[in-house]
Design a protein around this ligand. Structure first.
Ligand code: NI
Length: 254
């Protein structure tokens, strides 16, 4: 089986000691065929691009996460634009809104979210969206933009809204949370949307699925996410891995 990891943070310092071993040997040996490493600020976006340069099967997304808006300016957008010229940069992200931590004022978050959506429009790249406790504002801002391709990463909204995103052309990112015993809402989301609209992700080093919950996560754990989606959909794990890989290839690599 081959797995397309649509959302990982291998630039994170929790991978400092074994990054080479994981990316160079262990993950390819456990069937991980592609990884998109996601930037959260300019520095991690640059590091994502360097990792994409080093490994054939790694690609990069560049963007500034709603927690990391500390020195946002038009120059930041220009830096991201420059990075996005690289042939292995396949998305703008992760970008969005986070009203759980509220690290920055909401109006400020919305402003820079809209600017980065514009960058996606201008570059023609899909987006990777982060949204926490901000479902309606995130949806409304995306709907008002011209962007119609991307992943709603670590989706946490309702099944109704997921169907609306799918109608608009977006994919729904499903990760380790779906394996948690209290994931009732997310199970309903997986039931409600077609397999053709699902991407698998870990968001590693965060959100390790059961049975590894609480430990550092990595893309070898995608198999648990795939197994759970297969169980919900009543299909084989092979089919889930195959279709979600095709979905991601079509969205990010074509
Ligand atoms: Ni992430």
């Amino acid at each position: 089986m081959e797995y397309f990891e649509s959302h990982a943070h291998y630039d994170d310092r929790r991978f400092k000691h074994d990054r080479e071993e994981l990316l160079g040997e262990l993950l390819p040996a456990s069937g991980v065929s592609h990884i998109i490493n996601i930037g959260c600020d300019v520095k991690s976006s640059e590091m994502s691009v360097r990792m994409a340069d080093k490994y054939d099967y790694i690609y990069a997304a560049v963007g500034v996460h709603p927690h990391e808006l500390y020195d946002m300016s038009s120059q930041t957008i220009e830096k991201l634009r420059k990075l996005s010229d690289h042939k292995k940069v396949v998305a703008i992200g992760e970008i969005g809104l986070d009203y759980h931590y509220d690290t920055h004022p909401r109006e400020f978050q919305r402003f820079w979210f809209i600017q980065q959506l514009r960058l996606a429009e201008e570059t023609g790249l899909p987006v990777v969206i982060h949204s926490r406790e901000a479902s309606q504002d995130t949806f409304d801002i995306i709907e008002r933009s011209k962007v119609r391709r991307g992943s709603i990463h670590c989706y946490s909204g309702s099944a109704e809204m997921a169907k609306e995103y799918v109608k608009m052309g977006f994919h729904i990112g499903i990760g380790g949370v779906v394996t948690f015993p209290n994931a009732k809402k997310l199970v309903e989301v997986v039931e409600a949307i077609p397999l053709e609209s699902i991407l698998i992700e870990t968001d590693c080093p965060y959100l390790a699925p059961a049975p590894n919950r609480g430990k550092r996560n990595d893309s070898a754990n995608l198999k648990y996410v795939v197994e759970k989606i297969a169980e919900i959909k009543g299909v084989t794990a092979e089919k889930v891995a195959e279709i979600t890989k095709k979905n991601a290839e079509k969205l990010f690599l074509k």
